[in-house]
Design a protein around this ligand. Sequence first.
Ligand code: ZN
Length: 344
Amino acid sequence: MSRVLQNYGNQVTQGYHSSHHGIDLIGSHGGTDYVVAHSAGTVTAAVSGYGNRQGSSGMTAYGNYVDVTHTDGSFTRYAHLQYVSVSKGKKVNSGDVLGYMGNTGNSYGAHLHFEYWNASGVRSDPTPYIDADLPGLNSSTTANSSKAKAEKETKDITKVVVKSVEGSTAQHSTGNLTDTKMLSAGVEILIQNGDKIMLPCVKDDITLESHRKGSPAVLKFSCVKDSNLNFQEGNAVSLRVNKANVFYGYIFEKKHSSDMPVIQVTCYDQLRYFKNKDTYIYTNKKYSDLIRMLVGDFHLALGTIEDTGYPMSRAEETTLFDICGNASDETVLNTGKVLVQTTW
Ligand SMILES: [Zn+2]
């Protein structure tokens, strides 16, 4: 468990001492992770553009870093980030992603350097607060809620389990998953393969897990194999509960049971792909062209996207989120137009 890393617990690699006024952390699996805000506040520094500067001192030693100032005037600092994904002035909640762990500034291997500065501007050892509220910033409202709070933090997943849905054998029709004619009450899963929509016979539980904000949701179900059911990895899937669309994503994996005519299916929403790291080198493409290219490469659905003008050439090796973000920033800088991203 960690309040400063998104997916892993923290492993402290260097504690607080007279010449190190913070603590160094890596993920409990020994690697890097997204760095998240320890507590709610406002981003008061978001510094990027630094590479590795071993041996440097002063502010450049921090490399790329973010400060989050909390309601009592204290702040937390997150340093050596590979990249920063927030900008100054942004309000963040506890757990919101600030950037990705890195090796910028005076750093010898990717880690997070985390500092706590009290309201008087004095640093102290953040170790006691690493998985707890900062002093004087108790976000709990009732006296005995610390246990409940701890439980909430370890289970930072909302899981919806739909118990044993009884489906009928697969039916199929032609249309689109967004077609309202397809809606009926109850719980149903629809799969679209080409122009065919199938309603598979779902067996046992349907689980929908959604992690923190900005993380992909995972939908898992099993369905009975029959002659009408024909779908592939990559097909679009929708889960509807009482006519409301609660999940829309893509089939990521299909597993067949050896002894039963049952297929276990795992689906992710589109965000999953945008967390992938990839290398994209492109020349003379507009931001809108880039989005079309990524969406095409990952077989994602795209709404309408306006021509953004301003062709650019870039080489990127990072997450799709950042590939898009960087292209968007460059376009905004050069056209003065603020881009509104279409929902995907
Ligand atoms: Zn450090």
